[in-house]
Design a binder for this molecule. Structure first.
Ligand code: GLU
Length: 493
């Protein structure tokens, strides 16, 4: 992509109204990659002017989520910066100045209509076959009278004066030119009656004052583009480059991705919030890689890309306008891939908190042995507690004793195998190099197939047939546990 002339300054500007959704994380990521690609600045701005929807926990969820995903911001809450404050409710004086400027220029007007009148006006408009919305009653109020009523303390909002005829033509870096007939546009409220701006005024003023060069945001804001374009024009400012990222569809490809977490028919949670992905043990490497491919591609075939590669390759030109479909399987696949890429020590360290949280008192030293045996068998870090529960629990969960019976064998064979194995395991050197030939020798001595020998032993120590390689597993569990579990299995038979 051609390098922008100005320094790249982009922002992620969430409203703290709820949990940090992966759709928001995708928006943050595209801004982050774009900033890093051009050695620009990635700014975090909290757009909290809608106090009725404000959720105090939401800022924490956001900051934690960005930290988990490794998207460090250059300016914003906690980071500071010379364009602050970065929280909109701390900037109210600034917005009031710009409201006054628009009023003086006659580009905005005070609206004294009560909520009841607004509702009635909207209904009336619709009844006459028009669009719902405000009928612009106060637009032509005499300015002196308007000022007098305001000075007398009459409640009012401030609305933008949109052009009534013609079109507003905007340019989006991903979608190209978009034309809006002005007759469909409203005189939107810029400042509420409590002196708090709406998103539109605050957003435009801040993007200007924070010298934002490119706005990369969700596609739900396309419809606000004409208002924003007219606001920039009224202030006499050149707008930043605008780019609206593609919608994210639900896995069925029908309709927007859910804002809530549902459960799959098999009872599995279908996460949509960043902190749930973190809790389930999705690696940030996998999340970043996956989210980058939601609406962007490098070359239509490369799927696996590290953070450095994404930064190097990211470009707005290859962001798609068409919606992207969320795909849990693809994310799981990437997560499994990144789990297998970890060194066993790194995996052990990452698994430890998950297994402990599941209620097992495990030490790192033990985890260092178990982790490589689980590496191939888990998709998410939280799977380890289940897939490898037999490594961590003192007692195996109950299993069906029929599982102990080898193929083409019977309970008597299972018992013979286990008793022989018990004898061997009492004295053999407890390393996989010694265990394997010893148990193979047992099979031969008993005249059974190796499979018929190994299966009862595996089920006895793991409680299930599908388990990691047997000799490493025995070695990791250690002699005492193995003998105890074999005794329990024999008792079950
Ligand atoms: N506060 C808006 C949001 O939550 C920001 C939109 C924008 O980036 O302009 O999506």
């Amino acid at each position: 992509m051609t390098t922008p002339a100005k320094q790249v300054r982009v922002r992620y500007a969430p409203s703290p109204t709820g949990d940090f959704h992966v759709g928001g994380a995708r928006t943050a990521l595209f801004n982050y990659l774009f900033a890093r690609h051009f050695n620009g600045k990635f700014i975090l701005r909290i757009e909290d002017t809608d106090q009725s929807r404000y959720k105090p926990e939401a800022v924490g969820w956001l900051l934690n989520g960005l930290q988990y995903l490794g998207m460090d911001w250059d300016e914003g809450p906690e980071a500071g910066g010379e364009f602050g404050p970065y929280v909109q409710t701390e900037r109210l004086e600034i917005y009031r100045r710009y409201r006054d400027q628009l009023l003086e220029q006659g580009r905005a007007y005070r609206c004294f209509c009560t909520p009841e009148r607004l509702e009635a006006a909207s209904k009336e408009q619709q009844r006459r076959g028009g669009n719902p919305g405000y009928d612009r009653l106060c637009r032509d109020l005499d300015t002196a009278e308007s000022a007098r009523r305001a000075a007398a303390g009459e409640r009012h909002t401030v609305r933008f004066k949109m052009p009534i005829d013609g079109e507003t033509v905007v340019y989006d870096a991903i979608r190209g030119e978009i034309r809006f007939p002005n007759s469909n546009l409203q005189d939107t409220v810029l400042m509420k009656s409590d002196g708090i701006p709406t998103y539109h005024l605050a957003n435009v003023v801040d993007d200007r004052l924070m010298e934002i060069s490119h706005v990369l945001r969700g596609d739900e804001w396309v419809s606000s583009l004409p208002l924003h374009a007219r606001l920039y024009e009224a202030f006499g400012w050149t707008p930043p480059v605008m780019a609206h990222l593609p919608l994210i569809l639900n896995p069925a490809g029908k309709g927007k991705m859910s804002k809530r977490e549902d459960r799959a028919p098999d009872g599995r949670v279908l996460p949509v919030f960043v902190r749930t992905f973190e809790e389930l043990g999705y690696l940030p490497e996998a999340m970043i890689n996956y989210l980058a491919l939601l609406g962007w591609s490098f070359d239509d075939k490369t799927e696996i890309m590290s953070r450095e590669e994404l930064i190097e390759r990211f470009s707005l030109e290859r962001v798609n306008a068409a919606p992207a479909v969320w795909n849990y399987d693809k994310l799981d696949h990437l997560n499994g891939y990144y789990i297998r890429q970890l060194s066993s020590d790194a995996l052990a360290e990452r698994l430890l908190p998950f297994v402990r949280r599941a209620g097992f008192a495990v030490e790192l030293e033990y985890m260092l042995k178990a982790a490589p045996l689980l590496q191939e068998r888990i998709t998410r870090l939280s799977d380890a507690a289940k897939a490898g529960g037999f490594f961590f629990a003192d007692e195996l969960p109950p299993y069906d004793s029929a599982e102990l019976i080898p193929q083409k064998g019977d309970a008597a064979m299972a018992r013979r195998v286990l008793e022989r194995a018990r004898q061997t395991l009492t004295s053999v050197d407890f390393s996989r190099e010694a265990l394997e030939p010893a148990l193979r020798g047992d099979a031969e001595a008993l005249g059974v197939k190796t499979g018929q020998m190994f299966q009862p032993v595996r089920v006895a120590v793991c409680g299930k047939k599908a388990a990691p390689p047997l000799f490493e597993t025995l070695e990791t569990l250690g002699r005492e546990t193995c003998l105890k579990r074999i005794d329990q299995a024999v008792a079950k038979l």
